[in-house]
Design a protein around this ligand. Structure first.
Ligand code: PBG
Length: 330
C-alpha cells in the first residue's frame, strides 16, 4: 500500500469541510446500537434518584411504562432491567430470584404487554437477591460454582417464562451458558437468546450500580474469585470462546471504556455479535465532570459511545441511551 507523500498527500484536505468529514467517516453511532439499563423498585408512584448517577432513578412499576415509552418512541431496540429487591426479601440463597411474581417478572409481563416489539434483557445473577451481595450462593464462604449455576437456571426459566427475550448472565460462573441453554431448550424456549457477560472484570467501576441496587453495603468481601482479573486479556478470549461453544448468541465485555482493547480483540477474533457495557462508574465519572463544567456533557457522551463502535462493538449498554438517542434524532 502506497501511503503517499506530503505535499501531494495532505490528510487535512478531507477534514476541511463537514461534508467530506461525513463522507469519509468510518464509524457511526445509531439508535440501533443503544441498550438502556433501567433500575426498577417496589412501591407506588415512586422514582428514587441514584445519588452517584446524576439523572438516573429507580422507578416503580406503575411509572415504568411511561418511563420506557420515551425509549420506544426514540427507537431504542432493547432495555435491560435491574431489580432493587426489598432487603426483607433477600436471603442467603437468593430464593426471591425464583419467585414468578418477583419485581423482575412483573416488570417483564407489564412491558411485554405494553410494548410487544421492545426487546427485554434480563440480568441473570443472584446479587440483587442475596443478603451477602454475591452473584451466587456461598458454601463455606466460597461462591460455589455448580450450586450457583443451578440457581441461575431456575432464575433463567423464571424470567424467560415471564417474557424476557434475552437472558444476560452476569455472574461469571463456569459452565452456566451451556446449562442454561439446555434447560431453556428442554422447556421449549428455543427463541430465548443468551447475551453472555463473557468477559466481565472484577472492577471498581461497578460502585454506583451497587449503590443503586443496595448490594454494595451488603457485599461480603469481593468478587475476585469469579470475575476476571483486570490484568488479563488472553483469558478474556478463552471466556468468550467457551461461552460461544456453550451456545451464547451474543457476548459482552464489561466494563467498557477501560476495556476497549478487549472489545477489539473479541470482535476481531470471533466476529460474533459483541456488546460492551459502559458501566455505572463510567457514567458517574463523565457526569461528575460535566456537572462541574469540566467536560461538555453531550460531546463527551457521544465521543465515548462512538469509541465503542470504533473498537468493534455492535452495541452498547449505556445509562446515556436516552440522551444519546435524543441527540441522534435531533
Ligand atoms: C451483577 C451486575 C453488576 C453490574 C451488572 N450486573 C455489578 C457487579 O458485578 O457487582 C454492573 C453494572 C454497572 O456498574 O453499571 N450481577
Amino acid at each position: 500500500m502506497s501511503l503517499g507523500r506530503f505535499p501531494a498527500t495532505r490528510l487535512r484536505r478531507n477534514r476541511h469541510d463537514g461534508f467530506t468529514r461525513r463522507m469519509v467517516a468510518e464509524n457511526r453511532l445509531s439508535v440501533d446500537d443503544l441498550i438502556w439499563p433501567i433500575f426498577i423498585i417496589e412501591g407506588q408512584d415512586t422514582e428514587v434518584p441514584v445519588v452517584s448517577m446524576p439523572g438516573v432513578s429507580r422507578v416503580s412499576l406503575d411509572r415504568l411504562a411511561g418511563h420506557v415509552a420515551t425509549a420506544v418512541r426514540l427507537g431504542i431496540p432493547a432495555v435491560a432491567l435491574f431489580p432493587v429487591t426489598d432487603p426483607a426479601k433477600r436471603d442467603e440463597e437468593g430464593t426471591e430470584s425464583a419467585n414468578p411474581d418477583n419485581l423482575m417478572c412483573r416488570a417483564a409481563r407489564l412491558l411485554k404487554a405494553e410494548f410487544p416489539a421492545l426487546g427485554l434483557i434480563g440480568d441473570v445473577a443472584l446479587d440483587p437477591y442475596t443478603n451477602h451481595g454475591h452473584d451466587g450462593v456461598l458454601r463455606d464462604d466460597y461462591v460455589h460454582n455448580e450450586d450457583s449455576v443451578a440457581a441461575l437456571v431456575t432464575q433463567s426459566l423464571n424470567q424467560a417464562q415471564s417474557g424476557i427475550d434475552i437472558l444476560a448472565p452476569s455472574d461469571m460462573m463456569d459452565g452456566r451458558i451451556g446449562t442454561i441453554r439446555a434447560a431453556l431448550d428442554a422447556h421449549g424456549l428455543i427463541h430465548t437468546r443468551l447475551m453472555s457477560y463473557a468477559a466481565k472484570y472484577a472492577s471498581a467501576f461497578y460502585g454506583p450500580f451497587r449503590d443503586a441496587l443496595g448490594s454494595g453495603s451488603l457485599l461480603r468481601g469481593d468478587k475476585k474469585t469469579y470475575q476476571m482479573d483486570p490484568a488479563n486479556s488472553d483469558e478474556a478470549l478463552r471466556e468468550v470462546e467457551l461461552d460461544l461453544a456453550e451456545g451464547a448468541d451474543m457476548v459482552m465485555v464489561k466494563p467498557g471504556m477501560p476495556y476497549l482493547d478487549i472489545v477489539r480483540r473479541v470482535s476481531e477474533r470471533f466476529a460474533v455479535p459483541t456488546f460492551a457495557y459502559q458501566v455505572s462508574g463510567e457514567y458517574a465519572m463523565l457526569m461528575a465532570a460535566a456537572n462541574n463544567g469540566w467536560l461538555d456533557r453531550e460531546r463527551a457522551m457521544m465521543e465515548s459511545l462512538l469509541a465503542f463502535k470504533r473498537a468493534g462493538a455492535d452495541g452498547v449498554l449505556t445509562y446515556f441511551a436516552l440522551d444519546a438517542a435524543q441527540a441522534l434524532t435531533r
